[in-house]
Write a new protein. Sequence first.
Length: 540
Amino acid sequence: MLRLSGLKLPLDHPAEAMPAAICARLGLEPGELLSHVVVRRGNDARRRSAIQLVYTVDVELSDEPAVLARFAKDHDVRPRPDTDYKFPAKAPEGWSGKRPIVIGAGPCGLFAGLILAQMGFRPIILDRGKVVRERTKDTWGLWRRAELNPDSNVQFGEGGAGTFSDGKLYCRVKDPRFLGRKVLEEFVAAGAPEDILTEAHPHIGTFRLVSMVETMRRQIEGLGGEYRWQHRVDDLELERQGDGAQRLRGLYLADGSFIEADHVVMAVGHSARPTFEMLHRRGVHMEAKPFSIGVRIEHPQSWVDRARYGNCAGHPVLGAAAYSLAHHCANGRTVYSFCMCPGGRVVAATSEEGRVVTNGMSQYSRAEFNANSGLVVGIDPERDYPGGPLAGIDLQRHWESMAFVAGGSSYHAPAQRVGDFLGNRPSTELGEVVPSYKPGVTMTDLSRCLPEFVLEAFREALPVFGRQIANYDHPDAVMTGVETRTSSPVRITRGADLQSLNVTGLYPAGEGAGYAGGILSAAIDGIKVGEAVGVAIAAG
Ligand SMILES: Cc1cc2nc3c(=O)[nH]c(=O)nc-3n(C[C@H](O)[C@H](O)[C@H](O)COP(=O)(O)OP(=O)(O)OC[C@H]3O[C@@H](n4cnc5c(N)ncnc54)[C@H](O)[C@@H]3O)c2cc1C
């Protein structure tokens, strides 16, 4: 088969228009097209009056070599790639060696565990949080009663940070082995909607994610894997080698127990601050890493649909409109939209007492009233937190505490109308946009919760974004703060074998280690690290 991409068709095209379009594009007679299958669908809404669907299709032709030769210079016509996943190693029959350990049951740990289980290595997966249904109750405890459980919340527990999310499944990592396809296929096998395999911007939504991680857990347990909940790793047992390097020999848990281990995947996510502090104390090589801070901004979804799709707003094929914005400011900073959630809500994403953090989520339907997105500014260690590998954590904690106080010290979040923000005055009341953050917001002045260079950059960017998306800078649009956990503030450095640079047997992985950003790239990194551990064990 050949793969044909960039095939454009009108929004409401009939099914039979597809084969006709393929034949026209490739200069074929109808009889020369034997079969076709859609592998990807996106939309091109740059011209709102003529929105088009953009397809990638695999086609079976009567004479593929001839067509390939005719389109040799055309990047949109090529042989269909082999996207099937292949295991790099398998455990020998009856293998009974020391089981690998995976710390963290987020997307990275989940896929590292799944791959190790499918390879036959019966991994043990530890997580400081709880099983997903229990964790959901605790998370709602914060959202409904302002009661935070520091071990069981939006950041910690089965499924990791991404469980209460929009479940957007796309990333920009290079993926020559199509590991992203493996992730999506495993998600569909676990109950995700089939369209995630073909949508250009697939998403799953929270409720579906919950049942999917449960199904994947049962699959891993069925292959001999094991989960241990409320098992927080608090320390490492390291052995100095002759050449001065260190080798991991085991893990100490919060309850004082010890687990012997030679191969450990450390997939603890971007909020595992005590673990980063422990790794630093233990001399594990790590460095501070750039990330971004800001707020969440909300508008009625209908405003965004109108701005993006014009008269096609609300069209079932298009769904709730998303946006992606960026502006380079005069002060050298870049403001950009982050983790935009169409038809969703802003959520309380803190994991530490006395701190307020925002993020966003939506259900598969994306049918809630508001659109929300992170509005953030990039910061980096050299310019903003030069004080060592953990300095970014200190900066996050500082502004999260300021937000806690500005919100009234009750896990309410500080919020401000865009009009008041641009007018340099605190907000005292809402306009027509109602913020969705629970347990609630306190209308105030966000300049108490963010550094001046961020505020300055927002003042410049908002009117610019208002010209790109009508009403983006509407006075009643609401900003809720603070968005500080956009990615990990540290990188736990690893070598080409994916082991820590100076601790053999430790495999830093996923978002927390600074090697992923988002569900899909974390899962892909989990597969890579799971494979590396499996190959190392198989090599003995
Ligand atoms: C509210 C929200 C919405 C999001 N929406 C999206 C989205 O729509 N699309 C997207 O691509 N990304 C989204 N993200 C980001 C995405 O969730 C993360 O990038 C992804 O989950 C990272 O995966 P991970 O496995 O590396 O780490 P995590 O998912 O953070 O998982 C780490 C796990 O490690 C456990 N852990 C931590 N420390 C220890 C310890 N010491 N001992 C034992 N266990 C420990 C934690 O309990 C946690 O379960 C969202 C994040 C949040 C918070």
